[in-house]
Ligand binder design. Sequence first.
Ligand SMILES: C[S@@+](CC[C@H](N)C(=O)[O-])C[C@H]1O[C@@H](n2cnc3c(N)ncnc32)[C@H](O)[C@@H]1O
Length: 338
Amino acid sequence: MNYIGSKFTLSSFLEENIKQTIKENDSKNLSECIFCDLFTGTAAVSKIFKTQVKKIIANDKEYYSFVLAKNYIKNHKTIKRKNELIEILNNLEKVKSKISFNYSTCGNEKRQYFSESNAMKIDAIRSKIEEWKNEDFINEEEYFFLLTSLLESADKVANTASVYGAFLKHIKKSAQKELILKPAEFEINENKHEIIHDIFQEDANILIKKIKGDILYLDPPYNAREYGANYHLLNTIALYDNFIPKGKTGLREYEKSNWCKKDKVYKELENLIKNADFKFIFLSYNDEGLLSLNQIKEIFEKYGKYDLKSKTYKRFKADNNRLNKKDDTTEYLHILIK
Ligand SMILES: C[S@@+](CC[C@H](N)C(=O)[O-])C[C@H]1O[C@@H](n2cnc3c(N)ncnc32)[C@H](O)[C@@H]1O
């Protein structure tokens, strides 16, 4: 999924630095550690460590993210009926319901987030998944696997520039393609007798007071862009509840994050670090974020030994002219040993 702030492309930078820090400063092996991904998003970072640590705690305040983590992290055994279930869902008769009426031109508001045909397919699949759950035809593992498969497949045919803050006037090429439900594959580790990964949907600063572990990875929003607004449609597909979409863009009510507010974010980070019962804390934060590198250093140094790693790479940025311009981007990883 193309997600704001996704760490998918930075996997090896994060894995190398986290492992190196643990190796140099702890007698414990990584396989004995509890790893917490407190702002898990697409679960990209939890995925790296899923089979390498004793336990993962993954959390995000958005429900769609909770669903992704339930599938990619909590699920660990092969879903035997996966092809059979996916095939039935792909061949359902399309129906007009919540998504078609509110987020395609089937409805009065003509919000063209999906083609009519894809919106009706989403409605058919989503309704059937809920029906199967209510009839106990599918178990919890299958439920989150199917929901994740739908979220990922629907996102691929969304008629947006990339996020769901607005839809495009004309249906773009990728959104014209028929939605095909593809299985959201997760890593299998059936051999472990006891898999106890925990998934939460809570505010990070509240959850932090209830958990403890060895490695805490933090990847909060770093600017004013609210995830609840930019990905509202993923929450709507995942929740499939009754609500009244607002205005032209069809936004649902969402709770704002203190990490997106200039006047709140410093205190939020300080409280989080103070309350964290973890020996190793890693924070990804962009140098164009609401907090400066120095402000982060100031907070971290109060609570232990601070270190900073960075990686600069070339990003190709489309220029107004014919040429592509190379642009340097730096990714920072703040490290605290408490
Ligand atoms: C930069 S993204 C994380 C990206 C993730 N590491 C990945 O690779 O996909 C930040 C995440 O923080 C979540 N978030 C924002 N405020 C939060 C809060 N107060 N508590 C928990 N999660 C929060 C957002 O929903 C979003 O998924």
